[in-house]
Design a protein around this ligand. Sequence first.
Ligand code: NAD
Length: 488
Amino acid sequence: MALTQDEQKAVDAAPNQLLIGGEWRDATGGGRLPIEDPSTGEAFCEVADATPDDAKAAIDAACDAQADWATTPPNERSEILYKAFKAIGENVDDLALLMTLEMGKSVAESKAELTYAAEFFRWFSGEALRIDGYFKNAGNGASRVLVMRQPVGPCYFITPWNFPNAMGTRKIGPALAAGCTMVVKPAQQTPLSMLALAKLLSDCGLPGGVLNVVTSKKSADVSEPIIGDPRLRKLSFTGSTEVGRKLIAQAADNVLKVSMELGGNAPFLVFEDADVDDAIEGAMIAKMRNVGEACTSANRFHVHESLAEEFAEKLAKKMGAMKVGRGTEEGTEVGPLIDADQRDKVAELVDDAVSKGATCVTGGDKRNGEGYFFEPTVLSGVTDDARVLDEEIFGPVAPIATFSSDEEAIAAANNTEYGLVSYVYTSDLKRALRVCEALETGMIGLNQGMVSNAGAPFGGVKQSGTGREGGNEGIHEYLETKYIAVNL
Ligand code: NAD
């Protein structure tokens, strides 16, 4: 299917080369990486396919720029970030269209992501001005303690396809604010959004070499020389736990500082005193935002047995009424999944749950025809042995299981190696706090279906990762603490 004129215009305006040392250039050897529209399965453009030599050039450029960027006045670093925050808003239509073409979700959802992504630049433009240290008397009174914070140095960022811009700005924002330079490698499915963001930052005055972008289908090959470079000081990754584990092992060789934002298996708990309509509203956001392709997606619903039937019916009514279609079509609420593998995995999880006794209340099928669409699906009576309760679904499927006591709900919620986020619906304050204390996740949505917020520390525990992005904590991932013992 040919792109419309507006779509073609947005694609033509986006860079399609590597950004290294402030120059846009082709990959050595001229390799190209085709980009597919998930709503048709057809490639609609190509970008440079970087080689390990390009990766070496990118880390060289980041290292060369480090000393100057670290000493650039905080006011200047802050102003570039604030300009970029404004520029995303001014260019949101073109950026959203580009994102929808390569990632699939509706244009409205792409705009929402861009608003969220831009907020990290606004937040960290402020944080750039608040990097502090302290001075105090030592206990014995004879010397003084002087503590200063300094940028960690050159960083390497690897980002996923599900939020092609926001997963980048959460790292780029604090790194720029702290005075670090970087190489960014976006996911091979969605490089255009990151290239467009890099151009926007250059247009806002970011000096060449501070941010370098390599796009490649050979992720491991281009990452190796960067992670193995002794000048690199920090690796920040957002993606699956499986890949995160491998990267932590690679980072050990040079004892890199690491931040890992990994997979999730979020439980959504509805207690017997919850307002069911509020819980449904929250469930729709927690489940259907980003077509269910979010690490924070509610992966499983544990509902008190007294409410389970009503909850399943109401959720099925709302999810079943959602408009499925190409993300660029007016009124689309549910776009395609990213690729055929992801769609087939979702179908497999649904089939497995049904074969073990679950009932499909709505949906249940992939769509025939072009593109990687899957119907919004609600499964009730899901049994404990169903894979869908254990594995990250990453699709528009809501499995519902029941519980009869708080202890049972908490045990079910914590019965996973993941620990990113959970959702709790109850109108009893004491129960809310008791349950929140017992849940083994880095974040909790309390009577709220979304936790993402640039001003809050986002991150997981257990195998969902380590480190926090956003909030007061975010910039510390990019700062080293230096202590000077002062002899008076
Ligand atoms: P993925 O792990 O397959 O890929 C993520 C990135 O890593 C991509 O850029 C990919 O090219 C790269 N990569 C893959 N193998 C690599 C290797 N051996 N060496 C270096 N780079 C490699 O994940 P995905 O499918 O792109 O994204 C979905 C996953 O991301 C889900 O598990 C989701 O939960 C997770 N995620 C987590 C968060 C969070 O903040 N915790 C946010 C968004 C997504």
